[in-house]
Design a protein around this ligand. Sequence first.
Ligand code: CDV
Length: 311
Amino acid sequence: MARFITVGAAQSGPIARSETRGDVIARLIDQMREAHARGCDLVVFTECALTSFFPHWFMEDDDEIESYFESELPNPATQPLFDEAVKLGIGFHLGFAELAIEEGEKRRFNSSVLVGSDGQIIGKYRKIHLPGHVEHRPGDPFQNLEKRYFEVGNLGFRTWRAFGGVLGMCICNDRRWPETYRVLGLRGAEMILLGYNTPDNIPELPELDRLCDFHNQLSLQAGAYQNGSWVVAVAKAGVEEGVSQIGGTSIIAPSGEVVAIAETMGDELIVHRCDLDLTKPYKEHIFNFAKHRRVEHYGPIAQQAEAIPPD
Ligand code: CDV
């Protein structure tokens, strides 16, 4: 029997520092309603979707930093989004900054959740590849302080049976790393959901600025094709608190082809009816891991964290 997920990729335009959670949730609910009206089973929101992308500026005060975090989901501010999902019978993916208490310790992660149409959390992911730096760089036009504000995620790359398929999550910089898709692919992912906040310029590498959009698409399309998975990638686009970010929210088929792409730099929903069985030619033939992958012949590099020098 054919299996389809109609997915909506809900790009966010800039979120001002002055916007409250309530303001942002109202925007997300508008997009969720549009997704429902357009037949979506699932709507995908971006990375840290509830606030401005605060790693772009330096803060020292813990209370100020933690004002951007959620210590539980749902909470009073986000409950209306969960309620709307249940009312409409639609699932969603939400990126957020997570403040957790584990073994009595406060921990901060860049996280996402997959929520079913019953409003229950199906799965959670914590970002593993944190880009940027820990120290303040006052000479830079903006900061990239994810390594200061977040710890490396401790949940691994996982997949869940949901929405009639196998779904996985990763977050932003994870999408540039082939290991992300490969681990999710090995865990059977038929659809990978992710959000991103990607500036259109890199202060220390201006020669790469012209390639920002290209490298985004290249990573997503290669990851989809080489693992035979749908990829739904959702931007926070436009100029936010002085930082100009790429858009390009897109839905990519297991063939690596882009089947839908956003045209604006604002709040915009793109929709596609994804046939999960389009994963089969790749998973069962070209990238049939069991049949063709030969890890035992790759040499000691397979588990190595750092480059091994040549013999
Ligand atoms: N939020 C991110 O992880 N952004 C990075 C930027 C800083 C390069 C990205 O990979 O898009």
